[in-house]
Design a protein around this ligand. Structure first.
Ligand code: ATP
Ligand code: MG
Length: 266
């Protein structure tokens, strides 16, 4: 398999603080790759750089072999690299179907992307968009709440809707940052099942930050462990879990990952 996302020697500083430290890793096309590590390890910062929300201080990020370092989110989006977003407050009083129909228009550039979320222009394409939204709710098994206001959904149903948005556009890779937080077991199971189906049936590649180890074990292979701003291990969860250095990174020493590096930096 080929690398779809490749991070090469990426560093991100916040002032003198090294949040991501000369990190290199790759996500194979077609994989569901996990990213774990203690709080403050730099996982979200790395995601933000891959998704274009933050620029690296140095290093290179490739997507599908193309250098995409420093590109804006909408430019990555147009290439099929997406991250999910929480349902914005202002859309909570729109229905599930209406939320799905707020597809981005790649012509509109930055503005549009800011939420990927501007109401779809009422165009001749609307019927097509609506039909796609209907397919998406069926696929995700949330057709029974399609006319429900997004604000009335449970936490887990909202996550399904967020995932559903990725299906309204041509996604190739989807970044998920802690999707399990606050989701009940039943819906988490649905969510995991849908991630697996999107991977298997639609060829989505997933890059998943998660603290829920059961979910990681179910979904992800391989799993990458980050600590102190860089990759420390990669492998199958069973091997990772029993690795003494990984256990040490989680439970021993500095609980805040990059802090040691920061102290060194001062
Ligand atoms: N915008 C910022 N300005 C300053 N420091 C930041 C900023 N964003 C993150 N950091 C710091 O960078 C380090 C890495 O943070 P990051 O959020 O990437 O960790 P994480 O691995 O996602 O942690 P968690 O598991 O708690 O979500 C932390 O020490 C954090 O305080
Ligand atoms: Mg984080």
């Amino acid at each position: 398999m080929a690398a779809l996302i490749e991070v090469r020697n990426v560093t991100r500083l916040f002032g003198g603080f090294v949040a991501v430290d000369d990190c290199s890793l790759s996500v194979e096309a077609g994989s569901i790759t996990g990213l774990i590590g203690p709080n403050g390890a730099g996982k979200s910062t790395l995601f933000n750089m891959v998704a274009g929300n933050l620029k690296p201080s140095s290093g290179t990020i490739l997507f599908n072999g193309e250098d995409v370092t420093g590109l804006a989110p909408h430019q990555l989006f147009a290439r099929g690299l997406l991250r999910t977003f929480q349902i914005a407050h202002e859309f909570s009083n729109m229905t599930v179907l209406e939320n799905l129909m707020m597809v981005p228009d790649t012509q509109a550039g930055e503005n549009l992307f800011s939420a990927w979320l501007q109401p779809a222009r009422v165009t001749r394409e609307e019927a097509q968009v609506r039909a796609r939204a209907e397919e998406v709710v069926s696929f995700l098994n949330i057709a029974h709440v399609k006319h429900e206001l997004a604000g009335n959904l449970s936490g887990g149903q909202k996550k399904l809707l967020e995932l559903g948005r990725t299906m309204m556009v041509h996604a190739r890779a989807v970044l998920l940052d802690e999707i399990a937080a606050g989701v009940n077991r039943t819906l988490l199971n649905d969510l995991a099942g849908n991630i697996e189906r999107l991977n298997r049936e639609m060829g989505y590649t997933f890059f998943v930050i998660e603290h829920d180890m059961d979910l990681i074990a179910r979904l992800c292979d391989p799993v990458i462990v980050m600590a102190h701003g860089t990759k420390m291990r990669e492998g199958h969860i069973e091997d990772i879990k029993n690795d003494p250095e990984v256990i040490e990174a989680y439970f021993g020493g500095s609980p805040t990952g990059g802090a040691t590096t920061a102290q060194e930096a001062r």
